[in-house]
Design a protein around this ligand. Sequence first.
Ligand SMILES: [Zn+2]
Length: 144
Amino acid sequence: MRLPRSLLVGAGVLLGVSALAYAAVSPVRVFVNGVDLGPAAQGRVIDGQVMVPIRAVAEALGAEVRWEPGESCVYITTKGAAEAPKEAAPAPAKKKEITVYITKTGSKYHRLGCRYLSKSSIPISLEDAKARGYEPCSVCGTVE
Ligand SMILES: [Zn+2]
């Protein structure tokens, strides 16, 4: 069945008008943490799904957005994810301080609760204890 040309044109115009009218009556405003992102992030309901401009929304959330047209892919990188390797790098350099205990007269360092600490118990970092020539106690074991 062939439709008359005038009818096709008429339908096209009608669709165009209804789509515009629909967009005009139901714009979707996007708020991030209570802040209206404005017209740049305004979305629409299409086929029952809320469609919003991903760049405006993601950037408002502090993320970086990269559009690769060749792949038809949107890459969203959050700041936390981007900084994670940088934060992880210095961590091994900063040694976790381990506290051991020495006595007034002994030459050993001990774990908390060792029976040799009953008379005196002086907290010291493991690093300092080793630097001062203290050795691990044979009773409470090596602290590492
Ligand atoms: Zn000990």
